[in-house]
Design a protein around this ligand. Sequence first.
Ligand code: NAP
Ligand code: G4F
Length: 384
Amino acid sequence: MSKVALITGITGQDGSYLADLLLKRGYTVWGMKRRSSSFNTERIDALFANDRQEEDPRFHYFYGDLTDSNNIIKYVQEIQPDEIYNLAAMSHVKVSFDTPEYTGNVDGLGTLRMLEAVRILGLTEKTRIYQASTSELYGKVQEIPQSETTPFYPRSPYGVAKLYAYWMTVNYREAYNMFACNGILFNHESPVRGETFVTRKITRAIANISLGFQSVLSLGNLDAKRDWGHAKDYVEAMYLMLQQDEPEDFVIATGKTTSIRDFVRMAFSEVGIDIAFSGKGVEEIGQIDAIDRAKFEAATGIEANHLSIGQELVKVDPFYFRPTEVELLIGDPTKAKEKLGWVAKHTLPELISEMVACDVERVRKNHYLKTGGFAILNNVEDVI
Ligand code: NAP
Ligand code: G4F
């Protein structure tokens, strides 16, 4: 009998990678999908398409929402999952300042609703739960690097909501003997990362600027530092946590940290552009310092005629500042290595290279679909 997994947040970055991983391991996978006025299954469409070829499809979804207890109870009862991966969340830290109550409802109470569904339905012995906890719990960090024993100090409505979910997960484990784990995951990215998170915003902008569809990349705090890994590696850790003999919480991180400014530099260098930063605070700008024209052409398929030394490509816009910021995150993944045998396989340069290449390809494809050819891109003045 194949194991049955229920994934909330199936249409998100992690949900799509995890569904792929579990299907490859022989699971039947059920995903909770929100109703949307436009298509929101782009990240998982390929999984459906493949599965339809098979006689016994193992990939299913149902409409649901973490704010709807009845919906959750109904489907947990029907599906009788062996494993639940609770990945659904209002996951954008800055947006959580605009929607604090909603964020609390989904990210905090939503987790409680899932734990309660399992308890009420008498599934505490059968169903294992993974809760998507976060390095945002550390916020104003109390220790460097951050480990499973570092005290929390969240700095956003998102972080505070996730703190509630973290402790509910611990409490249900202790109170009802449930197999419930927190994965305290540090930032993880991929070519399907949401477009408004900083890494993807940067790699998309580089593709658009390179191909002549955008003139400047506007960012907020360039000094913040993050411990960035690849989502593909991180969903493997989620799976491993639920295969252990005992439920425990784990930090999942690379152990390295990089500033937003350095990420920008590294990502532009993928298309042969060296960026030099000058100025301070909101006056800081990033200009082209050098162009490796052969590298640019190899990466983009066009000549760099529309770019010149000294051109301003990066600026700071205070709109992207947060009322309270998390300045530094760097995780200590020792426990995950020792107990799960997990280590990050992808390096940051590899991740950046993959993200930039995918975004360049995407922009080229979209442009091709619209115009039927690339010729126009060599005359970029027309399309900027
Ligand atoms: P994501 O791409 O933003 O995906 C979030 C998912 O949650 C989407 O499928 C979204 O649906 C769904 N969702 C949002 N509100 C919902 C609701 N009320 N009911 C049901 N579904 C809802 O996030 P991610 O990067 O994959 O992250 C997955 C989880 O890990 C999140 O809980 C996040 O907070 C946490 N986390 C992420 C990171 C990271 O660096 N990526 C690090 C630590 C923790 P739509 O597609 O319809 O919007
Ligand atoms: O990419 P971000 O929006 O990710 P953030 O806030 O670290 O949150 C992500 O990682 C968490 C794990 O630590 C997850 F729990 C959470 O769900 C999410 O996936 O911002 C990263 C940093 C911040 O310091 C931000 O201020 O980049 C800085 N930043 C600078 N300019 C920007 C921008 N962030 C965004 N989104 N957009 C900017 O223009």
